[in-house]
Design a protein around this ligand. Structure first.
Ligand code: NAD
Ligand code: ZN
Length: 364
């Protein structure tokens, strides 16, 4: 019998808790998963080391351990390998689970560590699609900033020695997610905007893309509307209510692109990230600000949101690039073929030439 793989068999997060204060439920959820002598390892964004109550609310039992990780830079394959090696050296048994508490950077790191504890070699060997062979250990995602959809996706984006690319696999998806809107308290305003706009841009790129289908559209439209409620409309929602809406926008936006694809802003933002180290959220905003020819309605609304929240979107970051840097940026962007095909259709290569891309980057 021939195998028909035309449609992706997409894994979803099997368990999710939502609600203000739901973080307090973590210990009872974890105890059901504990194996004797095998610790839970918490990877926690180091923004919480001296801030808020998250750390004091973590209940450490037996040999459980908290590792603080920096989200200053996006996660690297070498960082994953170092954490895995330290865990394997320190403990006789594989952990009972890995819990990632933070934004996209920390959640992606937690996913990658849980995969690499059971798969041989280094994380860079698995950057790509479906290269993971062995199930990861149990892993939990707890977002503290919303927009990337990393809490729901089947990828964890890593910078490696030769590429920035996710470990995309059915085992990457979290086993459990806790969505507690109160954890979003304290996110710096610009960052709240940049990461939230990642979600808005996911929706626009999915809804305007040629890969659109009913599955993606249903999630994308909901997420888009929620972004408008949070970032544009005047309404009576409390801050906590808005945070809850943003959390669900992030979730639905992630679900939308799972079954379609992102587009021009993400392809070009990956180029900025690779050459200049520009982070995902702000990089998307820098690019999207100039994409009125591709997403006229989305960009007009984006500009209204920028004005409403008085956020600065950097400009001129490509002004002093060397020719070599510009060429690399163009190479990285153009290598993301499915994103261009989604955005511009099958003939995208005739539309998005190197010259065109160079002109666009030089304005950013
Ligand atoms: P982040 O994790 O990089 O964090 C951004 C900043 O916000 C950091 O300084 C962090 O310390 C701070 N922060 C987070 N929560 C906070 C809180 N409650 N209070 C105070 N400060 C807080 O931000 P992000 O935008 O969520 O994640 C970006 C990363 O996500 C990138 O590495 C990108 O590649 C990745 N990403 C992954 C996916 C996926 O599907 N796996 C999708 C999109 C982006
Ligand atoms: Zn994104």
């Amino acid at each position: 019998m021939s195998v028909n793989n035309e449609y992706r068999n997409f894994p979803m997060v099997p368990r999710v808790v939502f609600g203000k204060g739901s973080f307090n439920q973590l210990p009872s959820i974890l105890e059901l998963q504990r194996e004797e002598g095998a610790p839970f390892i918490y990877l926690v964004d180091d923004a919480f080391e001296n801030h808020g109550t998250i750390v004091e609310r973590i209940v450490l039992n037996e040999n459980d351990k908290i590792l603080f990780v920096s989200a200053e830079e996006e996660p690297k394959t070498s960082q994953v390998d170092a954490i895995v090696s330290d865990i394997l050296k320190e403990f006789d048994k594989l952990p009972s689970g890995i819990i990632g508490i933070g934004g996209g950077s920390t959640m992606d790191l937690a996913k990658a560590v849980s995969l690499m504890l059971t798969n041989k070699g280094g994380a860079a060997d698995y950057q790509g699609w479906d290269l993971i062979k062995t199930k990861s250990i149990y892993h939990v995602g707890i977002p503290t900033i919303s927009g990337t959809g990393a809490e729901v996706s089947r990828t964890c984006v890593l910078s490696g020695p030769v590429r920035k690319l996710g470990i995309n696999s059915d085992y990457t998806t979290f086993d459990q997610v806790i969505l507690d809107p109160l954890l979003l308290d304290g996110v710096p305003k610009n960052q709240w905007f940049y990461t939230g706009m990642d979600c808005f841009i996911h929706c626009v790129e999915s809804l305007e893309g040629t890969f659109l289908n009913d599955f993606s559209q249903s999630y994308g439209e909901k997420a888009y509307d929620l972004c408008l409620e949070v970032y544009l409309e005047d309404n009576d929602y409390t801050e906590a209510e808005k945070q809850g809406k943003l959390m669900m926008a992030s979730w639905h936006g992630g679900m939308s692109i799972a079954y379609s694809q992102v587009g021009v802003a993400h392809a070009m933002s990956y180029g900025l990230g690779f050459v200049l180290g520009t982070k995902h959220g702000i990089g998307n905003c820098i690019v999207f600000n100039h994409l009125q020819d591709y997403y006229p309605e989305g960009v007009a609304i984006f500009k209204q949101m920028v004005a409403k929240h008085q956020v600065t979107i950097p400009t001129g970051i490509c002004a002093n690039l060397t020719d070599e840097q510009m060429e690399t940026m163009i190479n990285v962007a153009l290598s993301l073929e499915p994103l261009w095909e989604n955005a511009l259709g099958k003939d995208w290569k005739t539309i998005m030439t190197r010259e065109k891309l160079r002109t666009m980057y030089s304005k950013m």
